[in-house]
Ligand binder design. Structure first.
Ligand code: NI
Length: 175
């Protein structure tokens, strides 16, 4: 059994920079069922709100969330092959990421998002989400394209973070 606390890949790990591949139904189902179960344990052990598959080293288009803390997700936990459409006013919120431990930064993103995704049974669902859920979906969806939230900070903020990020495992520079 892998150590749950060491399971999360940290900035500098190349898997966080890959564009993840779509999940194929039904071929990938046995594999992703196990993956989701593992990700749920990892998320719980870190007390996080969301986790994308690349963060545990699997480059597939899937993320999970904790719906008990995000009513706006309507009970959905697993988001597979998501397609999102952010919209609405830009809104500032503080973000953090389990792959960038100890760093929290305020970032502007659209306040609302429409999402189409598949559940573990391969059924399509649609949600129109605001609040923290909208932020979480945009953050996790970025992970599937190899984007980390610090990439979206202003050049000045990124420059200020450079030293801190280099100290994290891997020492990846943002430049
Ligand atoms: Ni993250």
């Amino acid at each position: 059994m892998k150590n749950l606390l060491n399971a999360v890949r940290i900035i500098g790990d190349p898997v966080l920079r890959q564009k993840a591949r779509p999940v194929v139904f039904p071929d990938d189902v046995p594999e992703i069922t196990g993956l989701v179960r593992f990700m749920e344990k990892v998320l719980e052990s870190h007390d996080g709100l969301g986790l994308a598959a690349p963060q545990v080293g699997r480059s597939v288009r899937l993320f999970i969330a904790t719906p008990d803390r995000l009513e706006e997700l309507n009970g959905h936990v697993v988001f597979i092959n998501p397609e999102i459409e952010p919209y609405g006013e830009m809104e500032k919120r503080e973000e953090g990421c389990l792959s960038i431990p100890g760093i929290y930064e305020t970032l502007s993103r659209p306040s609302m998002v429409k999402i189409k995704a598949l559940d573990l049974r391969g059924n399509t669902f649609f949600l129109d989400v605001g609040d923290l859920g909208a932020r979480l979906i945009q953050h996790e969806n970025d992970h599937l394209d190899g984007i980390l939230y610090v990439d979206r900070l202003s050049p000045i903020k990124r420059k200020l973070l450079k030293g801190k990020l280099k100290k994290l495992r891997g020492g990846e520079s943002l430049d």
